[in-house]
Design a protein around this ligand. Structure first.
Ligand code: ADP
Ligand code: MG
Length: 342
């Protein structure tokens, strides 16, 4: 099909998808086997050169991934954070729950999406996954439905923030729905509906690199990597870096790594200190931020039983400063986005 495209249209198309000129040119060159450069995009956008038919057609006929806007490309879009690490028990859920709580304390409108079929975040926030499953109000139902995403959320912590709960049926969605062509873009498309309703969306990942985690990485702006200060947790990180590189190249060039968060750290254990030194070296060589380690503290396990974030029960728990550092980093990014969009 033949298409004409003006420079202004091209610029809007690119910005709506949250791509910079370099990202757009890489995408085009890969699809069309060309060697355009960034300056070429500039000339097209300013109208100095006509946009070739093949380029206009490639863009307008694209169904995905460039055809699906990132959540963050909308006006008033929330900033989307995810916590991922294919290792289980490294503190992903604890981090999501406590960061959501701290952001809400700062007056931010926050949605936590539980993307793990084990529904740990859901339980941690005092919501019964089975009840939600019966009521058909879980992430699985939201992904399958044409109804707006917001109809599936529930307020938690006395209304401090919202939760989109998970339940075991998400495991089946992972196997069927998300493995369809472009299935790992459904979450991203759904989150794009939330513009104007939340300042931050936090996605809690399952402990493996399957379709659910890829869906999350396709949808997120910022990735936080919690890792326990022990050898096995550390070993998964290079594999995660590879997955992220693939996601950035093919689907979501906006994805950035916010940093690495060492968790369950015991300063008296020699092994923990050694791992922390290794993490420091890894962060330096990858130019990543290493957040202050969260110390091991019984408060966090107790808070799961109470169905509340640890920091809601005891704001001075060990690790409060680390989680505060993360919330601050997000607030700074959120403000930068607002100024950029204004
Ligand atoms: N700083 C901490 N100190 C002690 N226990 C913790 C700490 N952070 C998390 N935990 C506990 O460790 C377990 C695993 O944490 P969780 O956040 O569920 O990890 P993941 O989501 O990566 O599987 C949970 O029982 C949680 O309560
Ligand atoms: Mg978890």
């Amino acid at each position: 099909m033949a298409h004409d495209m003006s420079g202004e249209e091209l610029r809007r198309y690119r910005e709506d998808r949250g791509m910079n000129q370099q990202e757009l040119v890489s995408w085009l060159n890969e699809r069309l086997g060309r060697r355009y450069d960034r300056a070429k995009i500039s000339r097209w956008e300013t109208g100095a050169e006509r946009i070739p038919q093949t380029v206009a057609s490639a863009l307008k006929d694209a169904t995905s991934p460039v055809g699906i806007p990132a959540a963050s490309s909308q006006r008033n879009a929330p900033l989307v954070l995810c916590a991922a690490n294919q290792k289980g028990g490294v503190g992903k859920t604890t981090t999501c729950v406590n960061v959501a709580w701290l952001l809400s304390r700062q007056g931010q409108r926050v949605l936590l999406v539980d993307c793990d079929p084990q529904a740990n975040a859901t339980v941690h926030l005092g919501v019964d996954p089975h009840e939600r499953e019966v009521a058909k109000e879980t992430l699985t139902h939201a992904l399958r439905s044409s109804r707006p995403m917001r109809e599936f959320v529930t307020p938690v912590c006395d209304g401090a923030f919202d939760l989109l709960p998970s339940s075991i049926s998400l495991a089946a969605a992972d196997r069927e729905l998300l493995r369809q062509p472009n299935g790992t873009l459904i979450l991203r498309a759904k989150l794009a509906q939330l513009a104007g309703h939340y300042d931050f969306v936090i996605l809690d990942c399952p402990p493996h690199l399957g379709e659910l985690t890829v869906s999350v990485l396709n949808a997120a702006d910022q990735l936080l990597i919690p890792t326990q200060t022990e050898m096995l947790s550390l070993m998964g990180i290079p594999q995660l870096f590879e997955t992220i590189a693939g996601v950035r190249e093919l689907v979501n060039p906006r994805l950035r790594i916010l940093g690495i968060l060492p968790t369950m750290f015991s300063p008296r254990r020699l092994q923990d200190e050694q791992i922390l030194t290794e993490l420091h070296a890894m962060a330096t060589s990858e130019s990543l931020r290493l957040f202050s380690p969260v110390r091991r503290a019984a408060d966090y396990t107790k808070s799961v039983l109470a169905g509340r974030p640890g920091l809601a029960m005891n704001p001075n728990s060990a690790g409060a400063e680390s989680y505060q550092e993360i919330a601050e980093a997000l607030l700074v990014l959120g403000r930068a986005e607002m100024n950029h969009g204004a």
